[in-house]
Design a protein. Sequence first.
Length: 176
Amino acid sequence: MADFNEIVAKTFKFEGGFQNSPNDSANYCNGKLIGTNRGISAIGYSGYLHHCPTIEEVKAITPEIARNVYRTNFWNPIQGDKIKDQSLAHIMFDTHIASGGEGVRRIKKAIKAVSKTPIFSSINTNAITSDQAEKINNLNPQVLFDKIHAGEVAQRKGLAQKDPNKYGGFLTGWLD
C-alpha cells in the first residue's frame, strides 16, 4: 500500500513557509487575504479547523500540524492508505491538494476514462470510498497515472493561459 509519510515528505520539499500572494485564490478565507504555510492554504486549513483561520494561525502551522491537515483533508478522502501503487497515490494526493474537491472530480473522470466497468455512481463527490479504492487498484496504475497527469497539466496550463496575470507566475512550479 502507498506510504503517506514518504509522499508527504516529498510534498514538504516543494512547500515552503508562509506566503500571502494576492494572486493565489486559496490564500483567501471569507474574502480576506490570509495566506498559505507549508502548502496549507487558508481554505484548506479552514476545513481542518472548522473556522476561517487568522493570519497568525496560518503562520503557526508546524510540520506536525501540516502533516495532520494533509492526512485528514487530502489523504484520507482519496483512501490513500488503500491505494497500492505509490506513484498513483502520490498524483491523486497532489491533485487533491492543488484543486480540492474539483481535483477529486478530475481524478474520478480519469478513472472513468480508463475503467471498462463503472466504479462511481457519481463523480460529483469529494471523496473515494474504500470499495472504490479496491476497484481502482485493479486498473493499470501507469495508464491511470498518465491520464491523471495529462489532465492536470492541461488544467494548469489552461488556467495560466486564461489568466496569465493571476496564474502565469505559478505555472513553472505547478509543472515541476
